[in-house]
Design a protein around this ligand. Structure first.
Ligand code: AMP
Ligand code: ZN
Length: 136
């Protein structure tokens, strides 16, 4: 399934050129045009799924295995010191392109980037309330 109005569908299927670093039947991995660090890449399924929740289990499972393989190669070739996998779902979470993608970000001691959040300080009661909301 492709979406004619989706730029990542066109890139994943080779209709728009990209700096491809990996390709198989299910995925294409491309260099991000606005990299957080050298080698920042996006793993794109060739079929269109808007986000994680739309992704079939089989594709989700294959994505992490494929990302692991690509990340290991990049870490070695680029001499990265660490690695972030980031995946945004929904505008509020920072998603700007609504075709599922996994950010693969090599990290370097000197890259000066911060990928994270401001930690909250919930009480034990608040944590319990949240746990119950999720599980009960
Ligand atoms: P997100 O904010 O998680 O939806 O990530 C979208 C990412 O896609 C951003 O990091 C953009 O820099 C990147 N991006 C957008 N358009 C392109 C493109 N044509 N080629 C490569 N990367 C792109
Ligand atoms: Zn798409």
């Amino acid at each position: 399934m492709k979406d004619d109005n989706c730029i990542f569908c066109k890139i994943a299927n080779g209709e728009i050129p990209s700096k491809t670093i990996y390709e198989d039947d299910m995925f294409r991995a491309i260099l991000d045009l606005g990299p957080a660090a050298k080698g920042h890449a996006l793993l794109l399924p060739k079929d269109h799924y808007a986000d994680l929740f739309a992704l079939p289990d089989e594709t989700a499972a294959a994505a992490i295995v494929t990302a692991k393989k690509i990340a290991a190669g990049m870490k070695e070739k680029l001499g990265a010191d660490g690695f972030n996998l980031v995946q945004n779902n929904g505008e509020v979470a920072g998603q700007t392109v609504f075709h599922f993608h996994l950010h693969m970000i090599p990290r370097y001691q000197t890259d000066g980037q911060k990928i994270g959040w401001v930690p909250g300080k919930p009480s034990q009661e608040e944590l319990e309330e949240t746990r119950a909301q999720i599980c009960d």
